[in-house]
Design a protein around this ligand. Structure first.
Ligand SMILES: [Zn+2]
Length: 170
């Protein structure tokens, strides 16, 4: 899918939110070592299936003794839809109600569907556009495409144990 270049960042998160910051850092190091990025700029090998990006960033808190917390990242524009993956009921209200307490460390990273009563991790709902949960991620700012080149995808999957892509505007 080609995009107009409007302040769109393609974020690459580990598929599992609890993956360590160290593994995200190691994935970034490999992108550089294998020529996918050159500093913060595109490297000799393509990261995206189509076009390029303006700037690559490792979005992680400064290295410290403690593992950084899991954060949520989402598209910053409206039109967000969340559904129960089992019964398709709209979960926007319970999802939003659960995010606040979780972020304040006063609640679990989970939401209960009011229809089927299933409790799931917040990352397990069907969200459009996708949201993500991770300790850190790699951002490709002003990306021309939403898909990773097969070689870059394979490297990131191997480094992170699976990837989850989130589009962020602004
Ligand atoms: Zn349900």
């Amino acid at each position: 899918m080609a995009l107009a270049r409007h302040q769109v960042a393609l974020l690459v998160l580990p598929a599992a939110p609890e993956v360590s910051a160290e593994r995200v850092r190691a994935a970034w190091t490999r992108l550089s070592a294998d020529g996918f990025v050159d500093g913060h700029l595109p490297g000799a090998r393509s990261v995206l299936v189509e076009g390029t990006f303006r700037r690559a960033l490792l979005d992680l808190p400064a290295a410290g003794a403690e593992e950084p917390p899991v954060r949520m990242v989402a598209n910053r524009l409206g039109g967000f839809r969340v559904a129960c993956p089992t019964c398709r009921v709209n979960l926007a209200a319970p999802f939003t109600a659960a995010v606040g307490p979780w972020r304040a460390a006063r609640g679990p990273r989970a939401v209960t569907c009011p229809s089927c009563r299933a409790e799931r991790p917040l990352e397990a709902v069907d969200a459009m556009p996708p949201v993500g949960f991770a300790r850190g991620w790699i951002a490709f700012e002003e990306a021309d495409a939403l898909e990773l080149h097969a070689e870059a995808h394979a490297l990131l999957v191997a480094s992170l144990g699976g990837v989850h892509l989130v589009l962020r505007r602004g």
